[in-house]
Design a protein around this ligand. Structure first.
Ligand code: ATP
Length: 267
């Protein structure tokens, strides 16, 4: 199939289901939340309990691979039980399509806060948020998994509460990594099934928050030295960031990072 027809075909089969449709006789679609690499996500109402829930469907164009990845996500989420991770409530198949039902997390993603609401994070706020995030990340690691997709769209804030969502790429530690042989170094650092991949992703997560408050000294002119030149980061936090981002030898565990983080936060 030519590239053009493939794209048209995929857009057609991946077209979101209509608002108001009831799936499994229980979940009424209220709003289409988004389409990711492998799934379509809806906000639904559970007509039995009245609760809002999130329904994730494997992307039809991804065929068996999409179904397999969703099955994996269901299996992993079923092993996680933490108040800051949406619980997997059910899964079902309808018309040969697999669905996962999870709790709906209210609030805004860090991506929405920065890019839609214009939120500005100070260094203290950014590292304070990451300190809370690390409690969730440590729980995931202690359970024997890595998330592998810690990014600003996957962290939701609601007041003081913080949640980590989207376990679509999560893997069990020790499993082989699924890295495309053509992947660049950046992607390989994020996708290796190792704790360091989550820490590397957290380094970038922090940079996004710090850049929210960044104003170039000369408007429109980028510094050549990247974040180390552009951002005003305290020496302790800079050392931490260099380790997270693997510029300096990285942390051996999430716990080792937390020790440094706590020391810097209490400085
Ligand atoms: N449990 C949840 N509670 C609240 N919002 C959620 C939940 N799960 C997903 N979302 C939201 O639904 C939207 C789509 O999410 P989803 O994870 O399917 O795709 P994505 O993040 O856009 O892409 P990808 O899966 O490729 O990372 C996002 O805006 C996300 O914030």
């Amino acid at each position: 199939m030519s590239g053009y027809f493939k794209r048209v075909y995929e857009a057609w089969i991946d077209y979101p289901q209509r608002v108001g449709k009831v799936l499994a006789g229980q979940y009424r679609i209220e709003r289409f939340l988004g389409i990711g690499s492998y799934g379509l996500t809806y906000l639904c109402q559970d007509v039995q309990s009245g609760e809002e829930i999130v329904l994730k469907q494997a992307k039809p164009s991804k065929g068996r691979l999409g179904q397999e990845l969703l099955r994996r996500e269901i299996e992993i989420m079923g092993q996680l039980n933490h108040r800051s991770i949406p619980r997997c409530l059910a899964s079902f198949e309808e018309q040969k399509r697999l669905y996962m039902v999870t709790e709906y997390v209210k609030g805004q993603t860090v991506e929405e806060l920065i890019f839609e609401r214009g939120a500005l994070f100070t260094e203290k706020e950014a590292f304070g948020i990451v300190r809370k995030l690390m409690e969730i990340v440590c729980y995931v690691h202690d359970k024997g998994f890595v998330h592998l997709d810690i990014r600003i769209p996957n962290v939701i804030l609601q007041g003081e509460r913080i949640s980590l969502i989207d376990f679509g790429l999560a893997s069990r530690l020790g499993e082989p990594a699924h890295i495309d042989p053509g992947a660049d170094m950046e992607l390989a650092r994020r996708r290796k099934v190792e704790v360091s991949s989550d820490l590397y992703a957290i380094g970038h997560f922090i940079l996004f928050m710090l850049y929210s408050a960044f104003e170039p000294k000369v408007p429109g002119v980028e510094a050549s030295g990247g974040w180390e030149e552009e951002l005003e980061v305290s020496p302790n936090m800079k050392k931490i960031l260099r380790k997270l981002l693997q510029i300096d030898p990285t942390y051996v565990s999430a716990q080792a990072f937390i020790v440094d983080l706590d020391a810097a936060l209490n400085d």
